[in-house]
Design a protein around this ligand. Structure first.
Ligand SMILES: Nc1ncnc2c1ncn2[C@@H]1O[C@H](COP(=O)(O)OP(=O)(O)OP(=O)(O)O)[C@@H](O)[C@H]1O
Length: 239
């Protein structure tokens, strides 16, 4: 295995996702890509082009109709439902446009939940780690509040803390700033950039937000279910 291969955390080979039916609906058409550890990758493209569908496939929340997805070297097509759920819990963190925090739980309890499900830490360690994560994200004084007692930006930060709880290899974010004002959006961008830089977590984010998108190391453009390869720059090739 070369040095480059060892840094690869996601490899998709010719993935296709078609919704079956009398008239099959193609969502993703023959996408191949690879993403390395510690990369911040943006996924952009027109509305309805298949960005979320692709992210859900890469996050093992959906299964390709054909093609293969390797996650941290493991061929995920060989895993059953239970094994896929375990990989999601251990290796992936999710942040969505709508936070999907549990309404009746405090910030602290929401962040503790993935660690409790994984069951690798003692209750005391779980609580301590959740407190540190929330504190790091500037939510030290909001730990005992429920989601409806927080601002949109604060809720999104709790969702990021929850996504980071099990120290995932990869965070998948679908429009993480889609619902936020400019200041909260800049804050979320800063936090995710820091996670990439300091923990070498890989972040893949679908976004329409140009201010957020500039934080990426690179952008994958999706058009009509396919990766669009940018046209060569005629100015530079004209010499
Ligand atoms: N369950 C479904 N049933 C029918 N059509 C679907 C379903 N899921 C997605 N689609 C369609 O597939 C296409 C791709 O959807 P997807 O949500 O992946 O696009 P997107 O690029 O993320 O869009 P947006 O930027 O608007 O969120 C769209 O035309 C969408 O309407």
């Amino acid at each position: 295995m070369s040095e480059d291969d060892s840094r690869c955390v996601i490899r998709a080979e010719h993935i296709v996702r078609t919704l079956p039916g009398a008239v099959p609906v193609p969502l993703v058409r023959d996408v191949s890509l690879s993403v390395d550890r510690g990369e911040f990758v943006m996924i952009q493209g027109p509305s309805g082009s298949g960005k979320s569908s692709l992210l859900y496939l890469l996050g093992l929340l959906d299964v390709p109709t054909s093609g293969k997805i390797f996650l941290d070297g493991v061929d995920t097509s060989s895993l059953d439902e239970e094994e896929l759920a375990q990989v999601r819990l251990e290796k992936l963190g999710f942040v969505f446009q709508f936070h999907f925090l549990l309404a009746e739980f405090s910030s602290l309890q929401n962040v503790m939940l993935p660690m409790e499900r994984l069951g690798r830490l003692s209750p005391g360690q779980i609580r301590q780690r959740a407190e540190v994560l929330l504190d790091d994200l500037g939510l030290g004084d909001q730990m005992h509040k429920r989601p409806d007692q927080l601002s949109g930006g604060q809720r999104q930060r709790v969702a990021i803390a929850r996504a980071m709880a099990n120290e995932p290899l990869i965070i998948l974010a679908d429009e993480p700033t889609g619902n936020l004002d400019r200041a909260s959006s800049a804050n979320v961008q800063e936090i995710l950039s820091k996670v990439v830089r300091e923990r070498q977590t890989t972040v893949l984010a679908v976004t329409h937000d140009p201010h957020f998108a500039i934080a990426g190391d690179r952008t994958i453009h999706i058009v009509d279910g396919r990766i669009e390869v940018p046209a060569p720059d005629v100015r530079s090739s004209a010499g």
